[in-house]
Design a protein around this ligand. Sequence first.
Ligand code: NAD
Length: 271
Amino acid sequence: MSYLEDIFSLEGKTAVVSGGAGAIGTVMSDALLQAGANVVVWSRTRNSLDKFVQSYSDKPELLERLLTTEVDTSDEQSVDSALDKAASHFSMPEILINGVGGNRGKKSFVDIEVEEFKDILNLNLIAGLVVPTKIFAKRWIDEAIKGSIINLTSMTSYNPLSGVWGYNAAKSATLNLTMGAANEFAEHGIRVNAIAPGFFLGKQNKALLIDEKTGEYTERGKAVINRTPFKRFGEVSELAGATVFLASKEASGFMTGVSIPIDGGYLIHNI
Ligand SMILES: NC(=O)c1ccc[n+]([C@@H]2O[C@H](COP(=O)([O-])OP(=O)(O)OC[C@H]3O[C@@H](n4cnc5c(N)ncnc54)[C@H](O)[C@@H]3O)[C@@H](O)[C@H]2O)c1
């Protein structure tokens, strides 16, 4: 094996990517596949999974290492049985990417709708982190597997974004739980890290950043670009390298409890 393969190859490992058919999940799933892992993509909808599989129709060598499963990651039983399925199809997963999450609209605090707020917490925290982490970590501890978890934090994990209250609450908690879980699982050799994407145009934020009618940046879109030292939005492909890096024990085996911003410098903006 070459030096790069020694450090970054994920051959023989199985990875689960929850929300793996989403905008960011597809890129992370693809990165793991390209690095040699068996990849199990979880989503709530068969439709999105089928679309993802179709995108590999001309790459049969990658399709062999891809399994897709309909799962509701807010449901412990659903996650438990999907984990069994992944383990019996390939091998016990050693990598978990918690890629379920998202944001909805923007409003002032006094207009918060409590049910919607709870839904966003449920999506990002319960389905997006707590349930899969609990189920995987329990299995890994029982079976002495030194697994790696990668969560999805956000710019708002560090500094609140205006008007997205449920998302702010969920993503600051995601960073907190990444550090706390890393601490608790360290004695078992289980690592918990996160990737904090800056602004990547996707379903969840497009309407906030681009005016649908004119195609121009909204005031918020302009504010983001002005605050980003690289003066552009990110390309989702720019998340692939950190995904493989954090998944690989050989590359990042002494790292835990860390959230890596991939943000064109958004967090280091100054005046
Ligand atoms: N897009 C961005 O710019 C950005 C920036 C920072 C952080 N993030 C975070 O990255 C993660 C992925 O974001 P995205 O833009 O790819 O979102 P997305 O909506 O494109 O993908 C999320 C996927 O999760 C699936 N899903 C939702 N609930 C589920 C459940 N209960 N069980 C199983 N699957 C479920 C959805 O069907 C969807 O396919 C989120 O945590 C998001 O907050 C995104």
